[in-house]
Design a protein. Structure first.
Length: 364
């Protein structure tokens, strides 16, 4: 019995140690970091998050084509020479944390850049634009500029820079130093992020205050149904020579969602009529799909011939009699946020035609 007690004690200790060492988001390292690592720097009390996979974006065919333009290529090289940062090789992610606020003046935020850089070279470049004020905050130097300190910046570490409104920058530093919770602890916003395509070139997720929704609907009676919207997310990606756009507006009221769908389809129909003489615009509108999705989903799973197993029984099975109980059928219930979805898959050729047409119009 003593031997069993010792073995049990050792196994329990090992289990506790294993649990405490469970995988957590690591400090974002340029070149090897992941999306969740960057999100771990976003404070929990934000209203919204936006994210740019810059390295993925700048290596697309669209970006490569843009960089072949002589003027663009010249400006790009000037930036590389002045900062020592080659955007194609050194800048990986940009993450934005937007604070709570309804109006443009109230809306503030901070942006985190994940990149390879030389601090002194980059700082000298910034100082050429004018005098900087310096302040220490929890061991990290804050740099600010402007008469009213319009922006504040800081070097978090050798892979991450941050710039934005002073309070929001300080809030990110607190999160970085694990003195405050990150966005994963914000259950409402985290749920919206989980329903967003985080593999896209650009994506964003927002909580929408009831007051903001009411302000929008108050400006136009036709938009009354928008008051039911609680959150939204969007993503833009580029795959197989297609630009893929997806927008979701979340609401718990499926009836109102259908009314919003009908309203948007009405706007689309009017657009098609107005663009009857422009086949490219008509084709663009035809690529837009508007649907109402979400709600309660039920999935039935039946497992036969398998005994119930759990971590405790696996470790201590030799101490516990196995009565051979069988798994019964189980029902998994998944609640997906009811939402209005706007989806479009636009061919690159169509985008090029519309762009060329716009450029010709602007030259007249």
């Amino acid at each position: 019995m003593k031997k069993l007690a010792v073995i049990s004690t050792v196994l329990i200790f090992s289990l506790v140690l294993f649990s405490s060492c469970a995988k957590k988001p690591s400090a974002p390292k340029a070149g090897s970091t992941k999306v969740d690592d960057m999100l771990s720097l976003i404070p929990s009390d934000v209203q919204g998050v936006l994210f740019i996979d810059f390295h993925k974006a700048i290596t697309t065919e669209l970006a490569e084509k843009a960089l072949k333009d002589e003027k663009t290529r010249k400006k790009y090289q000037e930036f590389v020479d002045e900062t020592g940062i080659d955007l194609k090789k050194d800048l990986f992610f940009v993450a934005g944390a937007l604070s709570k606020g309804m109006g443009k003046e109230e809306q503030k935020g901070a942006f985190i850049l994940n990149l390879r850089y030389d601090k002194e070279t980059f700082l000298n470049k910034i100082k050429k634009g004018g005098e900087l004020k310096e302040e220490d905050y929890n061991g990290i130097t804050l740099f600010s500029a402007g008469e009213e300190e319009e922006w504040t910046g800081a070097f978090l570490d050798d892979s991450n820079l941050i710039a934005g409104s002073e309070n929001e920058v300080k809030s990110v530093i607190d999160t970085y130093q694990q003195k405050s919770e990150n966005v994963f602890q914000n259950e409402n916003l985290a749920a919206i992020i989980d329903q967003t395509n985080k593999e896209a070139l650009f994506w964003a997720a927002f909580l929408i205050p009831a007051e903001a929704a009411k302000q929008v609907s108050a400006q136009n009676p036709m938009l009354k149904n928008l008051e039911s919207i609680k959150a939204a997310n969007l993503s833009f990606d580029y795959k197989n020579k297609n630009l893929i756009a997806e927008i979701k507006v979340m609401s718990g009221d499926e009836t109102k969602n259908q009314e919003i769908v009908d309203l948007l389809k009405g706007f689309k129909a009017m657009g098609v009529m107005a663009a009857a003489e422009d086949p490219d615009v008509s084709e663009l509108l035809s690529k837009i799909e508007i649907t109402s999705e979400g709600g309660l989903q039920r999935d039935m799973r039946i497992e036969r011939g398998k005994r119930k197993r759990n971590l405790f029984r696996i470790i201590f099975g030799f101490l516990i009699p196995d009565k051979g109980k069988r798994m019964k059928k189980t029902e998994e219930i998944t609640l997906k946020q009811a939402h209005v979805k706007i989806y479009a898959k636009i061919p690159e050729e169509l985008i090029n035609r519309l762009t060329e047409k716009k450029e010709k119009e602007s030259n007249f």
